[in-house]
Every structure is written in C-alpha cells, then in structure tokens.
Design a protein around this ligand. Structure first.
Ligand code: C5P
Length: 314
C-alpha cells in the first residue's frame, strides 16, 4: 500500500496560553499544499523503517529516525494494536517535505502510515477502523496528524487537532524558502513563552480571524496575503535571526504575504498567480536568502492511497 500525503502551512497560527498539560491552546488555520511525502507499507517479518529523499527532491533526510521512534512506526504499532495483529510491516518513506521545517512532515508520514497500515491489515469489506477512528489515533500521535489525514483548508482548535473544514475558493500559489537545518517545535514554543514572559503582558485566548476566513471564502488573494499571521514567528526569528532577511526579501520582491511556516524555519510567500510564483521563486533564489526554493499550490487533499506496493518498484 502506498499513500501520498501533503505538507501544510498555517495561514493563521494564534497561540494562546500554556495549558497544564504542556500544550498551548491554539487556533490554527491549516492549509495543505502540493508538496508530498509518500509512505509505502509492505508485509514483512518485523517492523522496519527506511527513509529516502523523493526523486528530484532537495530535502535533507539525515536526522529522520529509522528506529521505532519514527512517528510512522508509532502509527503502525497503534493500528496493529487496535486490530490485534503483529506490527510486522516494512515502512518506506519518500520525503519531499522539509525535515523539521515547520510544514508537518513527520506528522504527514504518521498520517500516511495510519492509512497504509489500516488498508494492509483491516478488512476492506467491513473495516474495524473508520476514518474517524484514524483521526483519533492521529491525535494521539501528534497535534498536526489529523489535519494531514483531512487536507484541504481547515480550522484547528484545542491543540490544533479538533478540525472543521473551511470554505475556500480557487487555488493559491506559494513559494517556500527552505532553510539549511531545522528548528525543534518544542524549542520554538518554549521561546514563544520566554518572550511573552519577558514582555509581561497577559496572553489572550486565541480566536479565528474573520478577515482571513472571508478572504478564503471569496478567494481574494490580496486580502489573504494581508491576513496571514503566525504567533510563533517572533520566536522562530529569535532562535534563527537570519530568517528575518528571508521574510523581508520576499515582501520586498512583491509577495502578497510573507511569513514563517508553523514553527519554521521554512518561510512561506503567497503569490498572485502561478506565473507570479515562478518569478518570485527566481528572484528569491537570486537574492540568496534561502538554501532552496520550492513552489506549491493549495489546497490539496489529505492522505490518499495512490497504488499497490508495485508502485515503488518503478
Ligand atoms: O503534538 P506534537 O507532538 O506535534 O507537538 C510537538 C510539541 O509542540 C509539543 O511537545 C509542544 O512542545 C508543542 N506544542 C504546543 N502546543 C500545541 C501543539 C504543540 O506547545 N498546541
């Protein structure tokens, strides 16, 4: 079984107060973009994980665990436990989503492994695990996993795992600036807390941006660009000051919106059209403010089955 799964960018990431369980109350407007990992699952004697860069991809894969700690392996064990089978599966992950880049690549792989393993072990005519069950298992694995299953554009609340699809019109075109090296999500949230403590202001409860939802519903790309907001951006810039130059360069070169994606260090730039995205990517490359530049569009569907295992033999 092979499953294709998209990266995400947060169009709004409103980070509320730190909760007692160590997570932050969020409003996260997730948007799935056409940058995909593929996960294949094949019967094997025991659980193994292999990771490779997707053909033509610039993603550096060192740092992705190939042990039982890999989020995809944990997903496989979770599905196996639910179905009462041995987690005897060879998982192969082809990565195009930047690693530790703020685009939920690890969560995407976990979502894909949930779908692939459920397909491998569950009864296709009378499945024990519904799509809702997989969403719940996904939330156990990580806050961004349910969205990788759902895809499209959706508002997440709680830890970001309770999702409602959002109305959108049309396709949006993006350029992503991939940095050299990743950022740790917990470290960025901790830096956000530290900056807030130092500022000494109370942290309001997060709320969904009405302006953003209106821009999405009408497909108004200029308004969308103006509404993009990420509360983690000051923390990401504090830990990686060079990102400020990247964000500023995109804005100076005419991006309709420019921000750090999630916990970073990937930066996202909204373009007006596909042609505009191509020009913007070329100009950002010439400005030398990122390791690599990628183009993608959204929204795209969440994790989908693409083929039998023979697909990976090509
Ligand atoms: O849920 P996930 O394991 O992907 O979260 C990774 C880390 O991000 C958490 O350990 C926590 O430090 C931080 N986080 C948070 N509040 C959220 C989601 C994630 O503080 N709502």
């Amino acid at each position: 079984m092979s499953v294709r799964v998209p990266a995400k960018v947060n169009l709004q990431l409103a980070v509320g107060p730190l909760r007692d369980d160590g997570y932050h109350e969020l409003v996260s407007v997730f948007h799935a973009v056409s940058l995909f990992d593929e996960v294949s699952a094949a019967p094997a004697e025991r659980l193994t994980v292999a990771v490779e860069a997707a053909p033509g991809s610039v993603t550096a894969i060192d740092g992705v665990p190939t042990t039982g700690d890999n989020l995809a392996a944990r997903a496989a064990r979770l599905v196996a436990a639910q179905l009462g089978v041995d987690p005897a599966v060879a998982l192969r992950i082809r990565k195009a989503i930047p690693v530790a880049g703020g685009m939920a690549g690890g969560s995407a792989d976990a979502a894909a492994a949930l779908v692939a393993c459920a397909r491998l072990w569950d009864d296709p005519d009378d499945p024990a695990l519904t799509r809702d069950d997989l969403m719940e298992l996904g939330a156990e694995l990580g806050s961004d996993v349910p969205f990788a299953l759902l895809g499209g554009t959706a508002v997440g609340v709680g830890r970001g795992e309770r999702l409602t699809p959002a109305l959108t019109r049309g396709t949006f075109h993006w350029v992503f600036a991939i940095a050299d090296g990743g950022l740790s999500t917990p470290a960025v949230y901790a830096e956000c807390d530290r900056l807030r403590d130092a500022a000494g202001r109370p942290v309001p409860e997060p709320g969904v941006s009405a302006g953003l939802m209106a821009a999405l519903a009408t497909g108004d790309v200029d308004a969308l660009g103006a509404e993009l907001v990420n509360d983690l951006q000051p923390a990401a810039l504090s830990l990686r000051p060079s990102l400020r130059r990247t964000v500023d360069a995109g804005r100076d070169l005419g991006a309709l919106g420019a921000l750090v994606s999630g916990s970073g260090p990937t930066c996202a730039f909204l373009a007006g059209t596909a042609d505009h995205a191509a020009t913007l990517a070329t100009e950002l490359a010439a400005a030398n403010v990122a390791e690599h530049l990628l183009r993608a569009s959204g929204p795209v569907p969440g994790a989908v089955l693409i083929a039998s295992p023979a697909h990976f033999a090509r």
